[in-house]
Design a protein around this ligand. Structure first.
Ligand code: ZN
Length: 497
């Protein structure tokens, strides 16, 4: 019998926290499994509404008020509180969110006397070699995005109204207080990072853009899609070695990949399967799906190793902990561990050992530049979102979006993307914290065990110990566990300049 059977109504004491923990586990397990089935191409419809209905008491205003007012010192409470409030907001905006997804699936963009599905334009832009045509297609995409923006504005209107109704001054305050994101110190760090990496980034960007025949002064967002596709490196990353390289790496870290029944590797070809690798932790740690359609190429390798990092993190979490520590908490932690494995693709000794790549200098310079672009883009997104969410007039910030992204990424961004490029809950901050965390964890490993740490049992044991804790501790607390002072952007800046 589950705790839900013992007590159906959430009350203020620890019984309610047990109830919440059980309900959160059941709800998350069911939604994750539904996502897995849909994205793996095993089930056509993604039907989340029945799951929300089954668990409706989790996200009622009564439950939200109780968790917000609770004075309980139970250490599970902060993670559960954030989960309940997120779910409450998500439900409040549910109909509009579905309408936006519906438009994104159904809308088309007129191109070459065809109608391209809106969501396939990104891929088309990546494959279009002609810069003039690329910008023309991106302008057409932007018109369609702009026509959808009324829905996105309505969605943020709803979220902002609920946020204030719950007693928070702004969405920033809500995310800051519930997610413990320390946004203002992160902003200071990222402003310094942008300043310190500016000159090197600009020089490299101009060189790379000229290399694909684009005048840097004319460059736009779509040109970067083309630039970073860089098929010239794909030959070194063959399809048939992907899984083998991953498994050999994990064995090197002391992970018994053959005796790991809780990680289910889904490599089967299905017509509706997502082309992009993903990880679905349906039960943590008992049922983790790692879904891939291995095509090969450097981008595909990085995606696989990233998702495998999530999968190994979830698969190693000690199962006797409450769900609040296994499936909730600071997602900078799981993103950080995903980056730890992904970053092996940036390691000269790893490339030599697992792919036999001896001349890796050009590739490494390129992927480090790509990463620098990514971190700068997310830093710019953070600066923008801190302005956008301080107010409840999103439309007034459209031009700020274009200005901040253009200034820090160095190519033209358009105001029309000012809401389509925003994730809920300051997820941009989770990624930034994860990049900082990962560079620090790796610098500790390199200091202790050298550049070839990935081939040694000691680093594997240290990683498994950290994985085992799940997300009971935040990225900052885990760093202190490694005798680091807390989040320090130094190692990341050093690596990227
Ligand atoms: Zn991830």
């Amino acid at each position: 019998m589950t705790a839900a059977g013992r007590s159906r109504t959430p009350v203020a004491g620890s019984a309610s926290i047990d109830w919440l923990d059980d309900q959160a586990a059941a709800f998350s397990g069911a939604t994750t499994l539904e996502y897995y089935l849909n994205y793996a191409g095993l089930k056509d419809a993604l039907s989340l509404a029945p799951i929300f209905r089954r668990h409706r008491s989790l996200f009622t205003r009564t439950t939200v008020d109780r968790v917000l007012r609770s004075k309980s010192k139970d250490p599970r409470l902060p993670n559960l509180r954030e989960f309940v409030v997120d779910g409450y907001l998500e439900q409040a905006a549910g109909t509009v969110t579905e309408a936006i997804a519906g438009r994104e699936t159904e809308d088309t963009v007129r191109w070459d006397r065809k109608r391209l599905p809106y969501r396939s334009v990104q891929q088309e832009l990546t494959n279009e070699p002609d810069a003039v045509r690329r910008r023309d297609l991106d302008r057409r995409r932007l018109d369609v995005t702009a026509a959808q923006n009324e829905l996105r504005e309505r969605r943020w209107g709803l979220l902002n109204a609920r946020t204030r109704d719950l007693g928070f001054r702004s969405y920033i305050e809500l995310c800051e207080r519930l997610g413990n994101l320390e946004l203002s110190s992160l902003r200071d760090m990222m402003e310094r990072f942008l300043w310190e990496t500016e000159a090197a980034y600009r020089t490299r960007l101009s060189r790379e853009l000229r290399g694909i025949g684009v005048d840097p002064a004319m460059a736009g967002r779509a040109d970067l899609l083309r630039l970073f596709r860089s098929p010239q490196f794909d030959g070194s990353f063959p399809q048939d070695r992907m899984i083998g390289a991953l498994q050999a790496t994990l064995r090197g870290l002391g992970v018994d990949v053959d005796g790991q029944p809780n990680v289910i590797l889904d490599t089967e070809d299905r017509p509706r399967k997502s082309p992009r690798a993903f990880c679905a932790p349906a039960q943590i740690p008992g049922e983790i799906y790692l879904v891939i359609s291995p095509h090969g190429g450097h981008d595909d390798y990085r995606a696989l190793f990233h998702e495998a990092g999530h999968a190994q993190h979830f698969a190693h979490i000690q199962g006797d902990q409450p769900f609040a520590y296994r499936g909730l908490g600071d997602n900078s932690v799981t993103e950080g561990f995903a980056f730890v494995l992904e970053h092996l693709l940036y390691s000269k000794p790893w490339l030599r050992r697992h792919l036999g790549m001896t001349a890796s200098a050009q590739y490494l310079a390129f992927v480090n530049f790509h990463k620098l672009y990514f971190v700068r883009r997310y830093a710019a997104k953070l600066l923008y979102e801190l302005e956008l969410h301080a107010d409840d007039q999103p439309r007034a910030y459209a031009k700020r979006y274009a200005d901040l992204l253009t200034a820090h990424v160095g190519v033209r961004y358009s105001a029309g993307d000012y809401l389509a490029d925003v994730d809920d809950g300051f997820y941009c901050a989770r990624y930034l914290r994860a990049w900082i965390f990962e560079a620090q964890v790796r610098s500790v490993f390199v200091r202790r065990w050298g550049e070839r740490w990935f081939a040694g049992r000691e680093a594997g044991a240290a990683l498994r110990e950290l994985w085992g804790m799940g997300q009971r501790y935040s990225a900052v607390e885990l760093l202190r566990h490694l005798d680091e002072p807390g989040l320090d952007i130094g190692p990341l800046t050093e690596e990227l300049t």
